[in-house]
Design a protein around this ligand. Structure first.
Ligand code: ASP
Ligand code: MG
Length: 411
């Protein structure tokens, strides 16, 4: 017998027929003698609809009332799933976020503080399946708080940690985590295992399988996750602390692509202490996050260039800040480019094998793809390139690192 959390996303909850399918899956786990908690999302599209209603009601609305509105989608699916389970002869009941999950911080994007597990323990102890709406909790002053878009994943992980579950299974409309976006590379392969660190890098650059915060939380709690298809019975991807020993996995877990950045280059900045800080500080103050930063001084030249990237949506704001502080920073030219993209190789193997970075650069050079900036961390090497070369870059790197699925064996 195990204690398991099953989380179902919006597509799996969209309509009574699908909820019935979910209920059958939940029953199977309960019939096998497991203690089962189910965390659900609102029906697909419902939260978007509710957000839109808030905008129409009042452009500048009270975030506490926004939370009252948008949390309702999960209340509906939790109740519907509980009654569907009962109808199948499974003892089940729903709970609401305010009974279980304390959250703090900004309304609309609150953080989980604590999970009140007593009610859940009681339910499980009496053989009842607990159905829990994701995305919602209660603020310190007793108001409904939501955890940010995609927050049901974080609810599931927090609940699983709070009740010391053996497993947290995330059922979604994709069947696992892939080596890259299968829409770009049809021969992308499903990963059997990926580490938390790798997942954070892959999720941080656009793989929308899980809310990034849920991965960070699972990592801190040491709680292994599985991503599984809600529609098909096949093995998904395990997200783990460390890859199983003897696990024959590629050193590179995947290739990440990111089109959300723009490049800024300051030319001719003075070669003395404090100039980089002078350039970056105004951006930090404006709340603009700076990602890749490349700076190198050429000895005896007296001046150097500084290149970095900012979110594309913040480029105009960044330029305004840099122009405003030009006197303090001291630079000759300010160049920008928003037709750039970032391609990264991600894998725990990078830590021990410097040849992987070299292979990346060789592969891109063979295709005459120019590198505008390069950054590296322990498990990731990123290159900034022209946006119109991104798909080609992803494809050739995917092949070069041996990630392509064998012909005819997609997935
Ligand atoms: N329903 C919420 C959203 O769409 C939370 C979730 O599904 O994870 O963002
Ligand atoms: Mg989601």
């Amino acid at each position: 017998m195990a204690r398991i959390v099953m989380k179902f996303g919006g597509t799996s909850m969209a309509g009574i027929e699908r909820i019935l399918h979910v209920a059958a899956r939940v029953r199977r786990e309960a019939d096998a003698g497991n203690e089962v908690l189910v965390v659900v999302s609102a029906m697909a599209g419902e939260t978007d609809r509710l957000v839109q209603l808030c905008r129409e009601a009042a452009a500048l609305h009270d975030p506490r009332e926004y939370d009252v509105v948008v949390a309702s989608g999960e209340q509906v699916t939790a109740g519907l799933l509980a009654m569907t389970l009962q109808n199948l002869g499974v003892q089940a009941r729903s709970f609401m976020g305010w009974q279980l999950l304390q959250a703090s911080g900004t309304h609309g994007n609150a953080r989980v503080e604590a999970v009140e597990s007593r009610l859940l323990d009681e339910a499980l102890g009496s053989g009842t399946v607990a159905v829990i709406p994701g995305f919602q909790g209660v603020s310190p002053n007793g108001r409904i708080a939501t955890l940010g878009r995609g927050g049901s994943d974080t609810s599931a992980v927090a609940i699983a940690a709070g009740v010391r579950a053996d497993r947290c299974d995330i059922y979604t409309d994709v069947d696992g985590v892939y080596t890259t976006d299968p829409r770009v590379v049809p021969r992308a392969r499903k990963l059997e295992q990926v580490t938390f660190e790798e997942m954070l890098e892959l999720a941080g650059v656009g793989s929308k399988v899980l809310q990034v915060r849920s991965v960070g939380l699972a990592m801190r709690e040491g709680l292994p996750l599985r991503v599984l298809s809600a529609f098909e019975d096949k093995p998904g991807t395990e997200i783990v602390e460390r890859l199983d020993e003897g696990m024959e996995r590629n050193a590179i877990a995947g290739i990440a692509a990111d089109r959300n950045e723009a490049r800024v280059t300051l030319t001719g900045i003075a070669d003395r202490p404090g100039t980089v800080a002078a350039a970056i500080n105004p951006l930090a103050e404006a709340g603009i996050s700076v990602d890749m930063i490349v700076h190198a001084a050429t000895p005896n030249r007296g001046a150097s260039d500084l290149t970095f990237t900012v979110p594309r949506a913040s480029l105009a704001q960044a330029v305004a800040a840099l122009e405003n502080w030009r006197g303090d920073i001291g630079y000759d030219g300010l160049l920008t480019d928003d037709q750039v993209a970032k391609v990264s190789i991600v894998g725990v193997g990078i830590r021990s094998n410097p040849q992987l970075a070299a292979r990346m650069f060789d592969t891109l050079a063979e295709r005459r793809i120019n590198l505008q900036a390069v950054t590296a961390s322990e498990i990731k090497v990123s290159a900034l390139i022209a946006e119109d070369e991104l798909e080609l870059a992803v494809r050739v790197l995917h092949t070069a690192f041996g990630l392509d699925a064998p012909a005819g064996a997609a997935g």
